[in-house]
Design a protein around this ligand. Structure first.
Ligand code: PHE
Length: 456
């Protein structure tokens, strides 16, 4: 990989059957898991859970990941592998011109998500560097306030965007994905170790209660439902064509159903374990008030708090954690920029380099707003969550009702159990998913409007 000329050739073969980038199953799974696992699991999940209903949110998020997330991922995989194109072209080719708007919506969504995603990733980089050079601050709440305001976050944001852009520009994502083969398990095991450690802390019980015992009333709250669905889409990189784009490089022999399940379970495992650290630590170290004054910072307040509490070892573990999380964020950011870049290449027939640089610069500039204004960041996160839900709805309708013979696409390469479930999955995609996701869209519209009103 990494040879730009080769890359060009591949891109211009976009419409031909030879478009195949992933030689192995591992390569594809790594890219898809790399896209899914990132700040969505470690930063957004605890932040959203603490903001909207705690355990009820968590339970609904788990259920929706399994019941709606996996089939939706399979839908994206099917469109991508069938069309062998990036989102805009894929919807046009399989559904006609009007449907290409779904692809455009996806590109716009990826564009907007990356503009604030890079800001948060910048905070992560800063924690890694500061942890290494000076250790973690004793007062995590005040420190987070410092990290997320002023002009320094702008520098880290631009730095992160520059790295992301260069990687997509040169087309060496593969190398990064290989690195994540080592670093994602490292991240997971650190988080798992921290979860065990958190369990031993006196006073952690309240944290578990908040995280794991849902109240019945909240479970029935449609807003909590909509937000949990939004979190599932975001965390699984669904609703904007990222998974679709990866699958466009895939061969007919891959078992799409099995891969969808693999990606979803890995992603969910990381998020759930992160919650097993963040909430008990917040309770045990008495960080509740600091977190509630800035829920966006739940991760950035709880974890450094834990690292300080652990003493000398904490610093080592902490630096490793933030470094690994940087790579996790990077593989997700790559997939966001890849959707925008691949669509520009496929649609406007421009070359990879100018496409990536152009997109990267504009996204970096838009990101100056969330980098300097946390309220704007929160609002952008809301708006894009709504976009993802709308995208998810349209994707389900597309596969259920517009695409030709989706069952065949889902069956190619599948065997055993994974082949047997296809008719049931398709029935579900047609009749259950559209109304359920429409419900999500409806309630996340009101949620989004409320947030915008409260903010401004
Ligand atoms: N799933 C990524 C994360 O959890 C974010 C993402 C969303 C990436 C949408 C691509 C598309 O960090």
């Amino acid at each position: 990989m990494g040879d730009p000329i080769q890359d060009e050739v591949r891109k211009h073969q976009a419409e031909s059957i030879q478009r195949e980038l992933f030689g192995t199953r591992l390569g594809f799974v790594l890219a898809a898991v790399g896209s899914a696992v990132g700040l969505g699991n470690m930063w957004r999940f605890p932040y959203r859970a603490s903001e909207s209903g705690g355990a009820a949110f968590v339970l609904l998020y788990v259920a929706l990941t399994l019941v709606v997330g996996i089939p939706l991922m399979l839908c994206e995989f099917s469109i991508g592998r069938r069309s062998r194109l990036s989102p805009v072209g894929a919807f046009k080719k399989e559904g006609g011109k009007a449907w290409s708007l779904v692809g455009f919506l996806g590109v716009l969504t990826g564009f907007l998500i990356l503009s604030y995603y890079a800001v948060i990733a910048g905070w992560v980089v800063r924690y890694a560097i500061e942890g290494l050079l000076t250790g973690f601050a004793a007062d995590p709440g005040a420190h987070f306030e410092m990290v997320s305001t002023g002009w320094v976050p702008v520098v880290y944001h631009l730095m992160f965007m520059a790295i992301t852009t260069v990687i997509v520009m040169v087309g060496v994502e593969k190398g990064i994905e290989r690195a994540s083969l080592i670093l994602m398990p490292v991240l997971f095991f650190i988080v798992l170790g921290l979860a065990v450690w958190a369990f031993t802390l006196p006073g952690s019980a309240d944290g578990y209660a908040f995280y794991l015992t849902p109240s019945f009333e909240e479970l029935l709250d449609p807003t909590t439902f909509a937000e949990a669905a939004g979190q599932a889409f975001f965390s699984l990189s669904l609703g904007m064509g990222a998974m679709l784009t990866f699958a466009s490089y895939l061969s007919r022999h891959e078992n799409l159903n099995r891969e969808a399940a693999t990606v979803a379970f890995s992603d969910f495992g990381v998020a759930f374990t992160a919650g097993l650290v963040v909430f008990p630590v917040i309770a045990a170290l008495g960080l509740q008030s600091q977190v509630s004054s800035s829920t966006v910072g739940a991760l950035f307040i709880a974890l450094p708090g834990a690292f300080v509490e652990m003493g000398g070892l904490g610093r080592v573990v902490g630096v490793l954690f933030f470094f690994a999380l940087t790579v996790g964020a990077l593989t997700s950011a790559l997939s966001l920029l890849e959707v925008v870049t691949a669509s520009m290449i496929d649609e406007f027939r421009i070359r990879r380099r100018p496409a990536a640089i152009g997109a990267g610069i504009v996204i970096a500039l838009v990101g100056l707003l969330p980098a300097t204004n946390l309220d704007a960041l929160g609002v952008m996160d809301r708006i894009t969550e709504w976009f993802l839900a709308v995208g998810a709805l349209l994707i389900a309708i597309f596969v259920g009702w517009r695409m030709k013979d989706p069952a065949q696409e889902m069956l190619d390469g599948a065997s055993g159990f994974f082949a047997k479930v296809v008719p049931a999955v398709l029935f579900f995609v047609r009749f259950v998913m559209p109304p359920v996701i429409a419900y999500v869209v409806y309630y996340s519209t009101t949620g989004m409007i409320d947030t915008i009103r409260q903010t401004f």
